[in-house]
Design a protein around this ligand. Structure first.
Ligand code: UD1
Length: 351
């Protein structure tokens, strides 16, 4: 029996580990252990996703919590190293996405000579002011196996000199999650709770430091949003909520709500007119759904959502014009709900 560590830390990770956990949980050749580092700890940022996605209590919880990037990363490395040395030495560590724990656990594992696989490898925004870009580049540079969601990611890794034999284009794991949960999502009519009609409201999410850590920047965004005719439902991330308290004026069409669980959030997105966001994952989910997405960022590490999908990059200056040119796009290759099954075969071969 081989031991697999499936590392998760923050909200976007839970959707990435769920399909893989479910694909592996009943296999007799592996013991798949969920390790939660604790970067996100509020009920609405963490446990609600475990409930929605049918995930069990993590086998180990490192309870790292908040801190500066260096604090969070260092504490995760120390705690994960101790876990591997004293409690559970894995045959393969699977890290996902680009959060601080992705970097911390891959570095700690490699220094213990453990095999590391990175799921969602090769994405690049080419903007090194983003903490996530640092996490991606470092994790990919030391991982043994690179599992990519799109061909552009393979190209990025090859340009960085990585071994082509260790790169596999496996598809988009987040789309597996959506496909797995689609019946429950369709049953929900979460928009009713907010007294809006399908296709007659906008979903907004904002949490990138460049957009929300300065009062001026957030105020400028809200000024533009107040000119939109639709009601805007805004599940506010804890980081953003702190800054909201300092603002004097909020747009009349903005409904600020608590962060939502996966099913409610995807129900709202799938019935919306369009989405305005600075998230990474939402660019992919809207592309799969064919819902126009306007991403308030200068770069994206997910260019396929623009070349093939429904995503467009906007600035606060271009937003209102771009809203008049929505895109529907098409589904990128291997965003088909079968990524976890492909991974199961690959993992079995590896270990
Ligand atoms: C992190 C990830 C980002 C991801 C995002 C999704 C990194 C570098 N960033 O950013 O890639 O898109 O999660 O949400 O790993 N907080 C709470 N409760 C919580 C979690 C956080 O109040 O459950 C507060 C923290 O105290 C902190 C702030 O929110 O002040 C930011 O949290 P942090 O985990 O540092 O980064 P995120 O902005 O969430």
């Amino acid at each position: 029996m081989k031991t697999l560590h499936l590392i998760c830390a923050a909200r976007p990770n839970f959707m990435k580990i769920a399909p893989l956990y479910h694909a592996l949980k009943n296999e007799n050749w592996c013991d798949v252990q969920i390790i939660h580092t604790g970067q996100h700890y509020d009920y609405q940022m963490s446990q609600t996703f475990f409930d929605d996605l049918g995930l069990p209590t993590p086998r180990y919880h490192l309870e790292i919590g908040s801190g500066t990037h260096a604090e969070q990363t260092a504490q995760t490395m120390m705690s994960y190293e101790r876990l591997c040395l004293e409690k559970s030495r894995p045959d393969l560590v699977i890290v996902v996405g680009d959060v601080n724990a992705t970097l911390a656990c891959s570095v700690a594992a490699k220094k213990l000579h453990l095999k590391v696989a990175h799921l969602e490898a090769g994405l690049r925004s080419f903007d090194r002011t983003m903490p996530e870009e640092i996490n991606r580049v470092i994790t990919d540079s030391i991982s043994d196996y690179h599992w990519t969601p799109s061909k552009d990611a393979n190209e990025n890794l090859l340009k960085e000199g990585l071994n082509p034999d260790q790169i596999s284009f496996v598809g988009n794991i987040m789309i597996d999650t959506y496909c797995m949960m689609q019946p429950q999502i369709k049953e929900k009519k979460t928009y009713q709770r907010y007294e809006v009609e399908p296709q007659n409201y906008v979903i907004l999410t904002l949490h990138r430091p460049t957009n929300v850590d300065s009062e001026q920047s957030l105020q400028n965004i809200f000024k533009k949003l107040s000119q939109i005719d639709f009601p805007i439902i805004f599940p506010a991330h804890p980081r953003t909520k702190k800054m909201l308290k300092t603002l004097k004026e909020l747009p009349g069409n903005l409904k600020i709500i608590e962060p939502l669980g996966y099913l409610d959030f995807m129900s709202l997105v799938s019935n919306s007119a369009y989405v305005i966001s600075d998230s990474g994952g939402i660019q992919e989910e809207t592309t799969y759904l064919g819902i126009p997405c306007f991403t308030l960022r200068e770069t994206t590490e997910r260019p396929i959502t623009i070349t093939l999908g429904s995503n467009q990059l906007v600035t606060i200056g271009t937003l209102l014009d771009k809203l008049n040119q929505p895109k529907k796009g098409i589904t990128p290759p291997l965003w088909d709900g079968n990524t976890a099954q492909r991974l199961k075969k690959i993992i079995q071969e590896i270990i």
